[in-house]
Design a protein around this ligand. Structure first.
Ligand code: FES
Length: 395
C-alpha cells in the first residue's frame, strides 16, 4: 500500500514537471474557465431577500455579488458552506440549498435559528439585505443517482432537514422525472412544518409523490399522524422496502433513531443515505471518548502557517472537548484560516497535517486510510486530547 502511494506521488511529480515544460495547449484557457465555473474555490454572494418560513426559520436568497461570475451549478440536495464574521470570529456553517438547480439566478437557503447556536441566531437577527458573504462551491453527496437509487425513493426529513428535499422535489417535478417518492416529514408541532403550502400543492398535482406529516407534540385538533417516525409508521407508509432507496436528513438524535428503526426493518445500509451536519452536543458521551480525560482539561495547540513573509507558529490554549476547527476559529483576529465545508468530516476540505499529539475522532467519522497513514486529520471533527502541533504549510 505504502509502496503504491509512493509510486503514485512520484508519478504525479513527474507529470507536473512534464506539464511545466510543455507548451500550453490551445484549449487550456477554456478548460480553466470551465473548471472555475463549475468548481470555484469560493463564491461571493449578495443577500437580496429574506422571508419568514416559520416562527424560527427564515429563507435567505442570494445572488452572485460578482457580475462576471455566475453562481456555480449544483445538484439538488447539495449544500454550501456560508462564512460569517461575528465579532471578529470568522467561521462558517453548511446549509442545504433549497432552490431548484434548474435556475442559477439565485441560491436560497432555509436556516432555522438554533437555540444556543452561534451562526444561525446571528443570521436570524442581524443579516440584512445587501450583505455580502463568502461561500464554498456547492458540495455534498446527497443527490439522486438514477443508476444506484432506482425509481422508488423514500425521503425521511426531520424539521429543517426538509430543505434539501424541497430542492430535490422541485427538480424532479420540474423535469418530470418518472420516479415515485414517499416523503415522511417529522416535526414537533404544526407550526414547525416548513414549505407546507408548497408541499400541499405538490401533493395535489403529482400522483407519483406522497407526503405524510408526523408530529411529536401535536395540538388536540391535529388529524394526521402523531409520535415519531417509527419502524411501524415507515412500514405503514411505504409497504415493502425491497425496491426502495432511503435518504434521511435531520439532526443527530433523529439520525440515530431512524438508523435504529431502519436497521430493525432489515433495510441494508447501502440502501440508505444519511445526512446529519454537525458534531455531537457532548463529545464526552460518545463511545470511545477516553474516560480519564476531564471535560475541563485544556491543551496547547501549535499551528504552523504561512505568514505574510515566512512560516510562522501560533500557539493557543483550547478545551479538549471542542473540535479543533472551532477552537482555532474562536481566536479573534487570528491570521489562521482553515478551509471547510461540511464540518462533519465528509468533504475533506479542512484536511490538515498533524505533526504531533493525539486527537479523538467520533467513531462514525470515516477518515480515508491514506490520511491516517500519512498523519492527516479533519480538525472539524477532531478533539485534541493531548498537546498537538498542526502544520498548515503542508501542500
Ligand atoms: S469541513 Fe468537511 S471534513 Fe472538515
Amino acid at each position: 500500500m505504502m509502496e503504491d502511494i509512493k509510486k503514485y506521488q512520484k508519478a504525479e511529480k513527474e507529470k507536473k514537471l512534464r506539464e511545466k515544460n510543455q507548451p500550453i495547449p490551445w484549449y487550456y484557457d477554456g478548460l480553466e474557465k470551465l473548471c472555475d465555473r463549475i468548481h470555484p474555490t469560493s463564491q461571493l454572494l449578495k443577500l437580496t431577500d429574506i422571508k419568514d418560513l416559520s416562527y424560527d426559520t427564515k429563507l435567505y436568497r442570494f445572488i452572485s455579488a460578482n457580475p462576471d461570475k455566475p453562481l456555480a451549478p449544483f445538484r439538488a440536495g447539495s449544500y454550501i458552506g456560508l462564512t460569517v464574521n461575528i465579532n471578529s470570529v470568522r467561521t462558517s456553517r453548511p446549509y442545504s440549498l433549497v432552490s431548484s438547480p434548474n435556475q442559477l439566478a439565485y441560491y436560497e437557503l432555509g436556516i432555522r435559528k438554533k437555540e444556543g447556536g452561534f451562526v444561525s441566531p446571528f443570521l436570524y437577527h442581524n443579516a440584512q439585505i445587501g450583505d455580502i458573504f463568502v461561500s464554498t462551491e456547492p458540495l455534498g453527496n446527497l443527490y439522486y443517482n438514477p443508476l444506484f437509487h432506482g425509481k422508488n425513493l423514500v425521503f425521511i426529513a426531520g424539521g429543517c432537514g426538509i430543505t434539501p428535499f424541497i430542492s430535490m422535489l422541485r427538480d424532479i417535478t420540474e423535469r418530470a422525472v418518472p420516479i415515485k417518492i414517499i416523503l415522511l416529514y417529522g416535526c414537533v408541532t404544526e407550526k414547525d412544518i416548513l414549505f407546507n403550502e408548497e408541499l400541499r400543492e405538490i401533493l395535489s398535482r403529482r400522483s407519483n409523490i406522497t407526503i405524510t406529516h408526523i408530529l411529536s407534540e401535536p395540538a388536540a385538533d391535529w388529524k394526521g399522524e402523531c409520535g415519531f417516525i417509527t419502524k411501524d409508521k415507515i412500514i405503514t407508509q411505504i409497504g415493502s422496502f425491497k425496491d426502495k432507496y432511503f435518504y434521511v436528513v435531520g439532526n443527530r438524535p433523529m439520525y440515530k433513531f431512524i438508523e435504529n428503526e431502519l436497521n430493525e426493518m432489515g433495510v441494508p445500509r447501502h440502501k440508505i443515505y444519511y445526512e446529519a451536519f454537525g458534531v455531537p452536543e457532548d463529545i464526552t458521551q460518545v463511545m470511545g471518548w477516553p474516560s480519564n480525560i476531564d471535560s475541563s482539561k485544556k491543551v496547547k495547540v501549535t499551528v504552523s502557517f504561512r505568514g505574510t513573509k515566512e512560516i510562522e507558529n501560533q500557539e493557543f490554549e483550547v478545551y479538549c472537548v471542542e473540535p479543533l476547527l472551532n477552537s482555532i476559529e474562536g481566536f479573534k483576529n487570528s491570521q489562521i484560516t482553515i478551509d471547510n465545508g461540511c464540518r462533519s468530516g465528509e468533504c475533506a476540505l479542512c484536511r490538515t497535517k498533524l505533526l504531533k499529539g493525539n486527537v479523538f475522532v467520533p467513531p462514525e467519522v470515516t477518515v480515508r486510510e491514506v490520511d491516517n497513514d500519512f498523519g492527516f486529520i479533519h480538525p472539524c471533527v477532531s478533539y485534541p486530547i493531548t498537546d498537538v502541533h498542526l502544520d498548515l504549510t503542508y501542500t
